[in-house]
Each structure stands twice: as structure tokens, then as C-alpha cells.
Design a protein around this ligand. Structure first.
Ligand SMILES: NC(=O)c1ccc[n+]([C@@H]2O[C@H](COP(=O)([O-])OP(=O)(O)OC[C@H]3O[C@@H](n4cnc5c(N)ncnc54)[C@H](OP(=O)(O)O)[C@@H]3O)[C@@H](O)[C@H]2O)c1
Length: 303
């Protein structure tokens, strides 16, 4: 699908490659990847007018806060905004892991209410009354595992990991929004963004989808779908209220980041320190997905 360079619709269909990875489909997906020359993932600037792109308004001097900006899409977005003259403040659960980062980072774990509250206070002190012009709720993690636990003994593990996933993908974003909304600019330019995903348009349940391993992404899709619904309703509420704050979602397809590596994702069943599973079905999904990520689009395209 990525080989086709026709319409925007065809580009978006590339997200469907996720569904090609599964217990039975992983080998097929890997074969597809191996057979594909690197050119096949090179989407043309027709869709991403990188070189010639100029924002309609000057962003110079604006203030942007980006959650989950230590690496991947958050880092790429921070760099793109910095290039436009924006003052960027990012976050990480452990900023000390990222010395010499290109912009300052505050500590934030969106899945931990106390951390969100401490972050909001620290940010208010850092901004010292200066409003936030752009808030990008980008923090997130991949979530991998079956919709049904592989063993009865693993039910509590699966459920606590599912809770962590929902806190990370949805509740945490709402927590951050609730606390930072009063700090947002009330001028004509005020933007609130959420990194969702093309995969949130998948609702699951079809036999074909399941044959391709769809349920291994069930919790991730549920979390992102909840976030999309929240963002859409927030947009409507703010618009009707006459607020100048505009809400958007960013819906990337597969982007090359650390999203599926090691312990970056949340796993619904135990894995080893490298993020590999004893469960051959889950491992097949992970192998296939990681192979696809290796040839995915660069994070800078989202930036
Ligand atoms: N890559 C893709 O194909 C893709 C496609 C669609 C959507 N997305 C979404 O894009 C966003 C960024 O993902 P990525 O691909 O750039 O992955 P990544 O390279 O693993 O980056 C994830 C970022 O989120 C932060 N983070 C993780 N858990 C957090 C938590 N509990 N609280 C606060 N920050 C947390 C990480 O920071 P620390 O580890 O430093 O805390 C890191 O900066 C996510 O929301 C993801 O779901 C990715």
C-alpha cells in the first residue's frame, strides 16, 4: 500500500498495515517488509510540504508545552516549533535521562495524579504568568496484548496493565488539560492538540481483522478512541463557549520511533527485560510490528 503514491486516501490506508501484523499475519507482514525496497515508505512531500511550508501566522515568540518530548514525535515537534522561533518546554518522566536536550524539560508522569499536579505547579512557576499558546498532549505508549488473558493467573496483571494504559492514553491527557487550561492564552491564537492515531478509526470485531491480529491492539485503540472522543467534545464545548482555544488531533500513521521497543510500551502480559514474550503469538505480533516500525516514516514528518 505504501508503494502507491496517488491520493491522500491511499496514504491514510497505510495505517491499515497495522492490521497486517498478527499471530498468523506476522510472517506475511515480515515478508512484505523484506520484499519492499526502502523507496516504498518514502511518502512524497506532496502530503507533507516540508521544504516550502510556511505557517499562516508567525509563531515567533509563542510558548509551546509538549508532553512526552524526550524522544520520538514529541521531540520532533519541539524541534520543528523551535525552528519557527517558538519557546518550547517539554516533559519526561525522568528528564535527567536526557542531558543536553535541545529544550528544557519538566518532570511529568501523566498516569500519576500527584505528578500531574506537581508538574502544573512547576510549569506555572516557570512561566511566571506568561500564557501557553500551544499545548501538545503527545505523551503516550504502545499497548500490546490479547483481549483475553492467556492464563487465569494473569487476569490481575492484565487488568492492572489495562488500567495503566487507560491512565496513560486518556485519563492522563484529561488531567493535564484540566490543570493547564486556565494557563492557556486567551488571545486569538491558542491551540490545544492531542496526538491520537490513525488506528483509532479501527473498531475491531471483524473476523478478517482478528485473523490479522487486531485484538492484540485492542487496549491501545480503546485508549486512543477515548482520547479522540474527549478531544472532539472539548473542541465543541470551547467553540460554543466562545473560547479562542482551538482543539485539534494529530493522527499519525506508522512513524519510526521507540514506540514498540523494549520497555517503552505497556504489555498486558509479562515480558523479559528486552520487551520480548514467551507467548509465541504475542511475540509474532511484536516481531512483525517492530519490523514495520523499522521502515516507517520519520518522526520529523509529524513535526
Ligand atoms: N510512532 C507511531 O507510529 C505512532 C503512531 C500514532 C500515534 N503515536 C502516538 O504518538 C505519541 C508519541 O509516541 P512516539 O511514537 O514518539 O513514542 P516514543 O518514542 O516511545 O515517545 C513517547 C513519549 O511519551 C513519553 N511518555 C511515555 N509515558 C509517559 C507517561 N506516563 N507520562 C508522561 N510521558 C510519558 C515518553 O517520555 P519519557 O519516557 O521520557 O517519560 C516519550 O517522550 C504517543 O501518544 C503515541 O501513542 C505514535
Amino acid at each position: 500500500m505504501l508503494a502507491q503514491r496517488g491520493t491522500r486516501r491511499e496514504l491514510l490506508k497505510a495505517g491499515g498495515l497495522l492490521a497486517a501484523v498478527g499471530a498468523s499475519g506476522a510472517t506475511r507482514a515480515l515478508a512484505q517488509v523484506e520484499a519492499a525496497p526502502p523507496l516504498q515508505t518514502a511518502v512524497t512531500p506532496k502530503y507533507f510540504p516540508l521544504g516550502e511550508f510556511a505557517p499562516e501566522v508567525s509563531l515567533a515568540g509563542k510558548v509551546a508545552v509538549i508532553t512526552g518530548a524526550s524522544r520520538g514525535l514529541g521531540l520532533a515537534t519541539g524541534l520543528a516549533l523551535q525552528a519557527e522561533g517558538v519557546t518550547v518546554i517539554g516533559t519526561s518522566r525522568v528528564p535527567a535521562y536526557y542531558p543536553r536536550h535541545p529544550f528544557p524539560m519538566l518532570t511529568l508522569d501523566v498516569a500519576d495524579l500527584a505528578s500531574v499536579e506537581a508538574f502544573a505547579s512547576e510549569l506555572a512557576g516557570t512561566l511566571n504568568g506568561q500564557p501557553i499558546d500551544i499545548l501538545i498532549n503527545n505523551a503516550g505508549r504502545g499497548v500490546f496484548g490479547t483481549a483475553v488473558p492467556v492464563a487465569t493467573s494473569l487476569v490481575p496483571y492484565m487488568e492492572s496493565q489495562t488500567q495503566l494504559a487507560m491512565e496513560t492514553l486518556y485519563i492522563g491527557q484529561m488531567r493535564v488539560t484540566n490543570r493547564l487550561l486556565p494557563m492557556m492564552s486567551q488571545s486569538s491564537y491558542s491551540r490545544l492538540l492531542y496526538t491520537v492515531s490513525t488506528i483509532d478509526y479501527s473498531v475491531g470485531g471483524s473476523e478478517a481483522g482478528e485473523a490479522a491480529g487486531g485484538s492484540f491492539f485492542s487496549t491501545y485503540v480503546a485508549g486512543k478512541r477515548a482520547l479522540l472522543t474527549y478531544a472532539n467534545n472539548l473542541r465543541g464545548f470551547l467553540r460554543v463557549s466562545g473560547s479562542p482555544i482551538k482543539v485539534s488531533t494529530i493522527n499519525p500513521t506508522l512513524m519510526k520511533t521507540g514506540f514498540s521497543s523494549g520497555h517503552n510500551p505497556i504489555y498486558l502480559e509479562p515480558v523479559d527485560p528486552q520487551g520480548n514474550s514467551q507467548n509465541p503469538y504475542l511475540q509474532a505480533v511484536l516481531d512483525g510490528f517492530r519490523a514495520l516500525m523499522d521502515v516507517a516514516l520519520p518522526a520529523s514528518f509529524v513535526g
